[in-house]
Design a protein around this ligand. Structure first.
Ligand code: APR
Length: 278
């Protein structure tokens, strides 16, 4: 162990790790905050707001569904217009240069792909898609957004604070009159994202795990890793002897095992690394 003044700075160690190539990147809400999409937890890993809706609550209560879609009509306005930031662009550049092998994201915003990343696993699904719980048909969220606006014109201009996952907080509002369309088959529509209380589809986890098994290292960016669905990749990396690096503002559950931890902003850190290596 070198005396601390001789230890290469974390940014240099991160660059050296990525320079070797074959890094799989696991991202979370922190990569998208610069795009105006809030994260869930603070720098200590505690919830910043009330936890998102549970799958059972959504499917089991019509009142909850009305409330969900009313808030989502407002939230999607912002999310649908969000653009990739420097973190997404740097990761896409690093992928093009062969430094990273792919991205597994817990985010549902599609911003990695919008920045040009090609090999992306959307672990928790995509908010720009809607699925029918009866017939399984997937349709664009933009279509449903137009239909929600047509059925509820008085809602479209309400001010609301944006929340994660395309949710919004308009304050206490009576949503009992909010109209929610069904699928053409009569089934219940749900955003094509994994809600709390739902499992990530097995095939998706397996393809992300297979990518990890082929990887030379795992880089976690902008995730507290408080949710097992992401944390399991750090546990697997430990088992496989794959080195782990972290870029995150604040605490993560990988801090104890990370060979490199950059406690800072994802966008400026990745931007600097990409400039060095690309
Ligand atoms: N740069 C670096 N880190 C940041 C930035 C930033 N610009 N902005 C926020 N962060 C950090 C926060 O301090 C926090 O530690 O990113 C982390 C985000 O963690 P979470 O909010 O817990 O998000 P995430 O880990 O993606 O959550 C996982 O939880 O609710 C579920 O399904 C949801 O996919 C989500 C999952």
């Amino acid at each position: 162990m070198l005396p601390s003044e001789l230890t290469p700075a974390p940014l240099e160690r991160l660059s050296a790790l990525l320079e070797r190539g074959g890094t799989l990147v696991l991202t979370g809400a922190g990569v998208s905050t610069e795009s105006g999409i809030p994260d869930y937890r603070d720098e200590l890993g505690n919830w910043k707001r009330s936890p998102p809706i549970q799958f059972r609550e959504f499917t089991g209560s019509e009142a909850s569904r009305r409330r969900y879609w009313a808030r989502s009509l407002l939230g999607f306005r912002v999310l649908g217009e969000a653009r990739p930031n420097r973190a997404h662009r740097a990761l896409a550049d690093l992928e093009r240069q062969g430094r990273i092998s792919g991205i597994v994201t817990q985010n549902v915003d599609g911003l990695h792909q919008a920045a040009g990343a090609r090999n992306v696993v959307d672990l928790h699904g995509r908010i720009d898609q809607v699925t029918c719980l009866s017939c399984g048909e997937r349709t664009p969220r933009a279509t449903l957004q137009r239909e929600l606006a047509r059925l509820n014109p008085e809602w479209t201009a309400l001010p609301a604070r944006i929340a994660p996952d395309g949710d919004a907080d308009p304050g206490e509002l009576d949503t009992s009159g909010f109209r929610v369309p069904d699928c053409a088959c009569g089934g219940m529509l749900k955003p094509d994202v994994v809600f709390f209380g739902e499992n990530v589809p097995k095939a998706r986890v397996e393809s992300a795990m297979a990518a990890l098994e082929r990887a030379a290292s795992l880089l976690v960016v902008g995730s507290s890793l408080m949710v097992f669905s992401g944390y399991r990749f750090v546990r697997a990396a430990e088992r496989l002897g794959i080195p782990v690096a972290v870029v995150n503002r604040g605490h993560t559950r990988a801090d104890g095992v990370a060979e490199v931890k950059v406690d800072g902003d994802a966008a400026s850190t990745l931007d600097q690394v990409a400039r060095r290596l690309c």
